[in-house]
Write a protein that binds this ligand. Structure first.
Ligand SMILES: C[S@@+](CC[C@H](N)C(=O)[O-])C[C@H]1O[C@@H](n2cnc3c(N)ncnc32)[C@H](O)[C@@H]1O
Length: 430
């Protein structure tokens, strides 16, 4: 059958199988969206994201229904998709079941359509019971659950629930173009509901469901979409960055680079990243936000080896990480990350840290950041760093947000608030 003739569930099932094979959802969505009619796009998104969000909850509830492992990622994904529709959407059960069973056949697995039909009918007959089992499951891959429970024994239950929530839409008002109050007034004029963020001085949370590009002033660069907790990087520095030479060591797509340029009058900013396509995105963002000045240099290079030719006052190191703090926005991370990846990521972070530290002038500061909630990438990474660098001194971040750690501060994702982030500020003292 021509894939273009697949029903919507088959298109979702195909995409879910690709995520199971290790492809990232944002790239798949970019590639697939042209195959989805305009009127189906909202439902397509809901079904993909919803099924991935509750993947491990549904897995826990559906395993006892299967006599043996199906060993078929397409059919596994379609069963979860069917159950997601039955438990979490208002789609009539008969439509959820028949559309999903048709998808199984369209994808070439007719012999398994009877099993899928039987499982979905069973769930449909006993919806309340299954809903309880699903919402009571921790809903994470077991390696991640064990690690989080070890790292956050007191917070683990709230954390599991928070990771299933929808993250709020938060923007950062471009202070070079307008003020937060003026932009809030503009939103009110356009009947768009929003409120000021608690911790970020330029953040606004948007409540109205509206495409980002239709918010007023998108093209003019009046704002940038950025989680509130990601905005804290620039808040930590207060006025300290005026006149400084700065490296943003892992800069793409430029969220923190552009914030620094909006907030401070820097001497020079070098934005480094080893991904050429993503460097292009920094360029686009600089251009849209009207921050494209001659004192900014974009460099496509590897931060584990790159050498600076000039004295560097400040390094922002927003390290590549497990991204476990942003699972709410990217639920595919739950399927994509494996324990072995974490070990490699921690090693990469250490290499980048060591090389960038060598680029920093004495008296300068390095801000280490991750969007991870795993201590091995955060507090433990810093503990290791301080034990190997007698020239490093922690500068405590005395803010109200987050949880103070032995080194640095950790923010955990909280319903209606920001994502999981970690910050540690270090000064080079000798
Ligand atoms: C967490 S993201 C950075 C987000 C960015 N700071 C922002 O606020 O928009 C991490 C970045 O590190 C980059 N990266 C990964 N390994 C790298 C390396 N060895 N050298 C330089 N950049 C690297 C990735 O391409 C990715 O863009």
């Amino acid at each position: 059958m021509n894939p273009l003739q697949f029903n919507l569930r088959a298109k979702v099932g195909y995409l879910l199988s690709k995520v199971q094979e290790g492809e990232s959802l944002s790239k798949l969505l970019d590639d697939q969206l042209n195959n989805i009619t305009e009127k189906d796009r909202a439902l397509f998104h809901q079904l993909v994201l919803g099924t991935l969000r509750y993947w491990y909850n549904i897995k826990a509830a559906s395993l006892p229904l299967l006599k043996k492992d199906l060993n078929n990622p397409y059919v596994e994904g379609l069963i979860y998709l069917g159950i997601y529709q039955l438990i979490f959407t208002r789609i009539p059960p008969h439509a959820s079941i028949s559309e999903t069973v048709t998808a199984v056949k369209q994808l070439g697995f007719s012999p398994l359509s009877g099993v899928v039909n039987a499982v979905l009918r069973k769930v449909s007959r006993d919806q309340e019971n299954f809903k309880q089992i699903i919402v009571n499951a921790h809903g994470l891959p077991s390696w991640l659950y064990k690690r989080l429970k070890r790292d956050w024994p007191e917070q683990i239950q709230d954390l599991c629930l928070a990771l299933k929530e929808h993250a709020p839409l938060t923007i950062r008002v471009n202070q070079k173009q307008t003020t937060r109050n003026n932009y809030l007034a503009l939103l009110e004029e356009n009947h768009i509901e929003a409120k000021k963020c608690n911790f970020s001085q330029s953040g606004l949370q948007i409540f109205s469901a509206i495409p980002i590009t239709q918010l007023p002033g998108f093209k003019e660069g009046l704002f940038f979409v950025q989680d509130e907790n990601a905005q804290l990087a620039s808040e930590i520095f207060d006025k300290k960055l005026d006149g400084k030479t700065i490296i943003d060591a892992c800069a793409a797509p430029g969220g923190k680079t552009t914030h620094i340029l909006e907030k401070f009058k820097v001497n020079k900013l070098i934005a480094l990243d080893n991904n050429e396509n993503r460097i292009q995105r920094i360029q686009e963002n600089l251009y849209r936000l009207k921050l494209n000045n001659s004192n900014i240099e974009l460099i496509n290079s590897d931060a584990t080896t790159w050498q600076s030719k000039e004295n560097i006052d400040i390094i922002l190191l927003d390290a590549p990480c497990s991204a476990t703090g942003v699972i709410r926005r990217h639920p595919d991370i739950q399927l994509l990350r494996k324990m072995s990846d974490i070990t490699q990521t921690v090693e990469l972070q250490e290499k980048i840290l060591n090389n960038m530290w060598n680029q920093l002038s004495i008296g300068g500061y390095l801000l280490y950041i991750t969007c991870s909630i795993l201590k091995i990438e955060n507090e433990n990474q810093m503990e290791n760093f301080f034990s190997n660098h007698i020239d490093a001194k922690e500068i405590p971040i005395n803010n109200h947000w987050g949880i103070k750690q032995k080194f640095g501060r950790q923010l955990l994702p909280v319903d209606q608030f920001g994502d999981g982030f970690y910050y540690c500020l270090i000064q080079k003292v000798i």
